[in-house]
Write a protein that binds this ligand. Structure first.
Ligand code: GCV
Length: 726
C-alpha cells in the first residue's frame, strides 16, 4: 500500500478505521485489471485445482504459445500459490496440455476433431480427459491464438472459483472483427478520453517499448479482442508517413503474439497532405496509384496490417463528396488498394452533411441505403449503435438490416462521453445487450441487430492513468465489450458476475451487491440525464453536465433541436406528422415506434411530441412520469452509495480501490441531483406545472444552473460547484 493511501484511508473516518482495522486487504491500484491472480480463497476449490493441475505441458515455443504458457505459469503461480512446472510430455496426473494438432503431438492424438471443427479458426476446446491413463485438462485449438484464448478462459474459471470436474467447453467467437478504436491523437491527447494521455508514446517509439503495451495486449486477448485502430477517426495523415509507420510496426510486433492486428485511420486528403498531389479525388488515377503504393509500403513493414478506418465528410473531415463522389467511390478506392493483401476498409456511417437536415438522425440511412451493393467486398460500413451519437439510450440504428448486400459493423462507445465520462458508474453491458438483441425485422422476426453485423468496434476508454480507465468501475466496460464481442448471447448479469469475481472478490458479500449496482447503473444514468427517450441534452462541447437549454451554432448540435420543448409538450415527432424517421425502420418495428400505443415508454420522446398533461400507458401524465424518472435516477445513485459503503464494514474491498470508487459515487450523486434539478426546472419553464409538495426541491433556481460555468478542463470537465455539494 502506498503510504499516502494508508494515511488517507486511516484518517477517512474513525468508525471505518475501527471496523477495518484488524484485517485490511492489501491496497491495489487497479493496474492489474481483471487479470489479478490472487490465491484461491475457497479451501476446497484450491485443493481441487491443486490436484487438477500439477504441470503445464506445452510443446511449442512460437510467440503466441509462449504468451499462453507465460500467462498460465503466472496465473497458476498466483492462484494455486505454488509454481507449476512446464514439461514437454504428460508425466503425471494433473497435466494441463496446451496446444494445437499442428504444434503438439499429444493434442494431435486426442479425439477432438469434432470439437475443433466447431471451434473454428479462433475458438478453443477445454476438456477434462484421461491421457495415457493420467488425469489431464486440455486446452486445444486449431491455431495458436485459440490456445491463448483458451488459456485465458481456463484462468477465468479458476479466478471465478468454478468447478473443473467434467470440464467440457467449446467456444468460438460469433463475430470475426472485434476491435478497439482509439481516438488517440499524435500529440498524445485522446479525443473523448478521460483516463489520461494516449498509451502510444510516439516520440519514444520505435526504440523504446513501454511494458504497458504488452499488458494492454494481454488484457485485450483475455477477452478476445483481435484488432486495434491506433489513431483517431479525426485523422492526421502523418501516421501514414514512413517515420510513423516504423513506430506502428513496433507496436504491431508487441501485439502480434496476442492475436491483435493493427489498423490505422486514413485521412482522405492524405494524397495531398503527405503525397504532394493536387487532388484526393477517388476516381483520379494518380490518387489511386498513390494509395496502392502507400498500402504496399505499409504491408512491407506490417505484413499483417488489418486495414483502414475512415471518417469522411463528417464534422469537417475530408471525403469523396469534396469531389462530388459518393461514399462508395471513396471506400472502394481504399478497398482496391488493400484487397491484394487481405486488408479491409471500415467506412463510418456517422456522417454530417454540410446542410442542417430536417432530422439529423435520418441522415446516415438516407445517405447509405441507396449505396447498398455498391461497395467492394472488403468494405464494412461501421454504424453507431444508435442513429444519433452514443446517447444513454437510443433506438437501434435503422441501417442495421437495411443494407443486405453490404457487410456492417457496429460501433459502440466504451469511453462514456455522454454517460458521465470517467466519473459516473454506468455499466454499459445492458445497453449493448439491448441493442444487440433488438429485432430489426429486416428479414422477418428474429432479425436481431447481432445477426446483421460481422464485427463490432468499441471506442476505447483506456489511457495512461494507472488504472487504465480513470476508475476501476470503468474497467468493467472494457471487459464487457470484449466478452460481448466474443459472444453476444452472454447476459450482462453473467458478465458482471465474472468481472467482479476477477476484479474484486469471490465473496458473495461483494459479488451480489456489486452486481446489483452494475446492473442498475446505466438505467440510473438514463433516468437522471435523459429519461423516456430524450437525447443530447448535455452541455455543449464537453458533453458533461446538463444543458437542455443549449442553442445557437449548428442547429442539429443543440439540445433544443432534440428536445423540442414548447408550451404544448416535449419530444421529437418522428412519426408521419413529423420528420417521419420511423419510415427508416422495417415493419413492424416501424409501426411499433410510430404508435403512441406501442412505442416503448423508454423511447417515447425520441419518437413523439407528447403533451405535458397527456396520460401515458402507465396512467401517469408525462409531467408526473418525468419527475419520477429524474428522482429514480438520483435515488438509485444514493442506493449505490449505501451499497458500496456497506462493503467497508467487513473490509471486503482493498482500501485504495474502495475509497476511489466511494469518492466517485459521491460526485455522481451530487451530479445526478444537478441533472435532475436543472432539467426539471427547465422543463417547468415550459410546462408551468408544479412540483408535488413532497418532491425534493431543487437546490437553486434555473438561472443558477444556466449560468454555471464549469472550468474548461477538457480532460476532467467536472464542476467544482456541483461536485463540492454534500
Ligand atoms: C471523433 C461525436 C464526438 C466526437 C467524435 C464524433 C465521431 O460527435 O463528440 O468527438 O469525433 O462523435 O464519432 O466521429
Amino acid at each position: 500500500m502506498r503510504p499516502s493511501a494508508l494515511v488517507a484511508f486511516l484518517f477517512s473516518g474513525f468508525v471505518l478505521f475501527v471496523a477495518v482495522g484488524p484485517r485490511t486487504l492489501g491496497a491495489e491500484d487497479g493496474y492489474e485489471l481483471w487479470l489479478r491472480y490472487p490465491l484461491v480463497g475457497d479451501a476446497a476449490r484450491l485443493a481441487e485445482y491443486r490436484e487438477a493441475i500439477t504441470q503445464v505441458v506445452a510443446a511449442s515455443d512460437a510467440p503466441t504459445m509462449q504468451a499462453a504458457r507465460d500467462e498460465l505459469v503466472t496465473g497458476l503461480g498466483g492462484l494455486l500459490g505454488r509454481d507449476t512446472p512446464v514439461a514437454g510430455a504428460v508425466s503425471q496426473d494433473g497435466a494441463l496440455v496446451v496446444g494445437t494438432p499442428a504444434n503438439s503431438r499429444v493434442v494431435a492424438a486426442l479425439p477432438l476433431a469434432d470439437a475443433l471443427r466447431q471451434a473454428g479458426p479462433e475458438g478453443f476446446v477445454l476438456r477434462a480427459m484421461a491421457i495415457g491413463g493420467r488425469r489431464a485438462i486440455v486446452v486445444a485449438a486449431n491455431r495458436d491464438v485459440g490456445v491463448l484464448y483458451g488459456a485465458f478462459d481456463l484462468l477465468r474459471l479458476l479466478q471465478t472459483e468454478s468447478p473443473l470436474a467434467g470440464l467440457d467447453v467449446v467456444s468460438a467467437p460469433r463475430l470475426r472483427l472485434r476491435l478497439l478504436d482509439h481516438w488517440d491523437n499524435l500529440d498524445g491527447t485522446v479525443e473523448r478520453g478521460y483516463a489520461g494521455a494516449s498509451l502510444w508514446e510516439w516520440a519514444r517509439l520505435p526504440d523504446s517499448i513501454n511494458p504497458r503495451y504488452r499488458d494492454y495486449a494481454r488484457a485485450n486477448a483475455s477477452v478476445g479482442i483481435n484488432g486495434v485502430v491506433l489513431t483517431n477517426v479525426n485523422a492526421n495523415a502523418l501516421i501514414l508517413t514512413a517515420a510513423y509507420l516504423v513506430k506502428v510496426a513496433a507496436l504491431a510486433r508487441v501485439f502480434r503474439p496476442y492475436g491483435i492486428k493493427v489498423y490505422l485511420t486514413a485521412r482522405f486528403s492524405a494524397p495531398i497532405e503527405i503525397g504532394g498531389l493536387s487532388t484526393a479525388d477517388p476516381l483520379d488515377s494518380g490518387v489511386r496509384g498513390w494509395w496502392a503504393a502507400k498500402v504496399q509500403e505499409i504491408y512491407r513493414v506490417i505484413p499483417d496490417f488489418g486495414g483502414f478506418l475512415v471518417k469522411a465528410n463528417s464534422e469537417g473531415q475530408p471525403g469523396p463528396q469534396d469531389y462530388h463522389r459518393t461514399h462508395a467511390d471513396g471506400a472502394n478506392l481504399l478497398a482496391d488498394a488493400l484487397a491484394p493483401r487481405g486488408g479491409v476498409v471500415m467506412w463510418r456511417a456517422f456522417v454530417y452533411s454540410s446542410d442542417v437536415p430536417s432530422d439529423r438522425v435520418m441522415q446516415a440511412s438516407d445517405e447509405f441505403v441507396p449505396l447498398d451493393g455498391a461497395f467492394r467486398r472488403n468494405v464494412l460500413i461501421q454504424v453507431k449503435n444508435g442513429p444519433l451519437d452514443f446517447q444513454p439510450r437510443e433506438p437501434f440504428h435503422p441501417l442495421f438490416g437495411a443494407m443486405p448486400r453490404t457487410p456492417l459493423m457496429m460501433e459502440v462507445q466504451i469511453t462514456k462521453e455522454y454517460l458521465g465520462q470517467d466519473t459516473h458508474l454506468a455499466f454499459l453491458a445492458p445497453m449493448w445487450e439491448e441493442v444487440l438483441r433488438a429485432d430489426t425485422y429486416a428479414r422477418g422476426p428474429g432479425s436481431t441487430v447481432a445477426k446483421q453485423i460481422q464485427g463490432i468496434a468499441g471506442v476505447a476508454n483506456v489511457g495512461t492513468d494507472r488504472d487504465w480507465c480513470g476508475s476501476v468501475m470503468n474497467q468493467a466496460n472494457w471487459y464487457a465489450f470484449g466478452r460481448l464481442a466474443w459472444d453476444h448471447t452472454l447476459l450482462s448479469a453473467a458478465i458482471a458476475d465474472e468481472w467482479i469475481r476477477m476484479t474484486f472478490s469471490n465473496d458473495p458479500r461483494v459479488v451480489r451487491p456489486v452486481t446489483a449496482m452494475l446492473l442498475a447503473s446505466r438505467e440510473a444514468v438514463v433516468n437522471y440525464m435523459t429519461p423516456q427517450g430524450l437525447a443530447h441534452q448535455m452541455a455543449r462541447g464537453s458533453h458533461y453536465g446538463p444543458g437542455p437549454w443549449v442553442t445557437g451554432g449548428r442547429a442539429d448540435q443543440t439540445s433544443i433541436y432534440f428536445n423540442r420543448a414548447d408550451s404544448a409538450g416535449l419530444g421529437f415527432d418522428r412519426t408521419a406528422t413529423g420528420s417521419n424517421a420511423v419510415r427508416q425502420y422495417a415493419l413492424p418495428a416501424r409501426s411499433r415506434f410510430a404508435s403512441r400505443d406501442s412505442v416503448p415508454e423508454n423511447l417515447l420522446l425520441w419518437f413523439h411530441h407528447v403533451g405535458w398533461r397527456e396520460r401515458l400507458r402507465s396512467g401517469r401524465t408525462l409531467w408526473e412520469a418525468l419527475l419520477r424518472h429524474y428522482q429514480a435516477g438520483v435515488d438509485t445513485v444514493r442506493w449505490m452509495r449505501r451499497t458500496w459503503d456497506a462493503l467497508a464494514i467487513d473490509a471486503l474491498v482493498d482500501p485504495e480501490r474502495f475509497h476511489r470508487v466511494q469518492a466517485l459515487l459521491r460526485i455522481q450523486e451530487a451530479e445526478a441531483r444537478w441533472w435532475r434539478d436543472a432539467s426539471v426546472l427547465y422543463w417547468q419553464s415550459f410546462s408551468h406545472l408544479p412540483l408535488p409538495p413532497d418532491y425534493e426541491a431543487p437546490a437553486h433556481p434555473l438561472d443558477w444552473y444556466r449560468q454555471l460555468h464549469c472550468p474548461p478542463d477538457p480532460r476532467k470537465p467536472r464542476c467544482p460547484a456541483i461536485a463540492g455539494a454534500p
